[in-house]
Design a binder for this molecule. Structure first.
Ligand code: UDP
Length: 323
């Protein structure tokens, strides 16, 4: 298939592009390189620089390439930033998304796989979180993703567009070529990798007084290769609607630190720190729907495998993609 990957220079978009190409699809990456990296774009892909907020540019690239399907990863994704600047989240993630889907409609492109998030659930009323749990985001980031899911629902309803939203839990890990490089970095695993590389003194654990087995938050860490695989399955199938992507196992922050100590051989000094505002104690996916319908089977769910792959990449790329 011909696939336009919006945000293909970012973390999850770069790996999905790599796997689409391995699976013999033709890919055009559309990215503004504001937060993504030129070096993260697989050399086998074509590249069109552009910003989703620039409607004329989006329309032009869509009309020129005429893909069979679009994968959409191009969004801002930092919760604390969204609490300070909600407008940039709604403008990029919602208005930019509307430009993309309108351009698809005009160019007669009938299929989109959208990167959504478990942040659309907010503080879930039950765990494991299944797709029918009420969506009540607790920050503008989650709200912007939910708003775009709703836009897509209407394109499905009104125009029969095939619209899939994949709600990721905690994306992590790397392939040999591509890994996680954000600036600023806020995610626990890359922060720990920076400690192991001697670039930070230690890691702060945000809260150890939660009602969880060891007092620290539980998260469902899902390897990006498994996430990318789900995109390819969604592309090939004939589905619309939401799918949660996680392993169904929660690991605590302390377990993540401990596993990283084992893998890296570094002591990873950890200090207890106050809770981070807005952190739900436990986010674990009920992902049976993806397993049953997409026939998705995560293969790299084990925390050691995830951290080993992240460590391999960070050791090879101690400065990420470079500045
Ligand atoms: N966390 C932490 N210290 C850090 C970064 C994150 O203790 O420096 C915790 C965070 O509070 C959460 C978990 O690690 O419980 C995962 O956080 P991350 O930011 O990686 O992903 P999120 O779950 O927020 O999407």
């Amino acid at each position: 298939m011909k696939v336009l990957v919006a945000g293909g220079a970012g973390y999850i978009g770069s790996v999905t592009t790599e796997m689409l190409l391995d699976d013999d699809h033709e890919v055009v990456v559309f990215d503004n390189l504001e937060r993504g990296h030129r070096k993260a774009i697989d050399k086998r892909a074509a590249f069109r620089k552009g910003d989703l907020r620039d409607k004329d540019r989006v329309f032009k690239v869509m009309a020129d390439f005429k893909p069979d399907a679009v994968m959409h990863f191009a969004a801002y994704a930092l919760v604390p930033e969204s609490m300070e600047k909600p407008e940039i989240y709604f403008r990029n993630n919602v208005v930019g998304g509307v430009n993309l889907v309108e351009a698809m409609f005009k160019a007669d492109v009938g299929k989109i796989v959208f990167s959504s998030t478990c942040a659309t659930y907010g503080q879930p009323e039950k765990v494991p979180i299944t797709e029918d749990v009420a969506q009540k985001p607790t920050n503008p980031y989650g709200e912007s993703k939910l708003a775009f899911e709703k836009v897509l629902n209407w394109y499905h309803e009104l125009h029969g567009m095939q619209t899939v939203f994949l709600r990721y839990f905690n994306a992590c890990g790397a392939t040999e070529k591509f890994g996680e490089d954000h600036d600023p970095e806020t995610h626990i695993i890359p922060i720990i990798m920076q400690v192991a590389l001697g670039q930070r003194k230690g890691v702060k654990i945000f809260g150890d007084d939660y009602k969880t087995p060891d007092g620290t938050c539980l998260r469902d860490y899902i390897h990006i290769v498994d996430l990318a695989q789900a995109h390819i399955l969604a592309l090939k199938g004939n589905y619309s609607g939401p799918f949660n992507l996680g392993t169904g196992t929660g690991y605590s922050v302390k377990e993540v630190v401990e596993t990283a100590r084992e893998i890296t051989g570094h002591p990873i000094p950890a200090k207890m720190a106050p809770r981070r505002p807005g952190d739900p104690p436990c986010l674990v996916a009920g992902a049976d729907k993806a397993r049953k319908i997409l026939k998705w089977k995560p293969r790299y769910g084990d925390l050691k495998t995830i951290i080993q792959s992240a460590w391999n990449w960070h050791r090879e790329h101690p400065r990420g993609y470079g500045k």
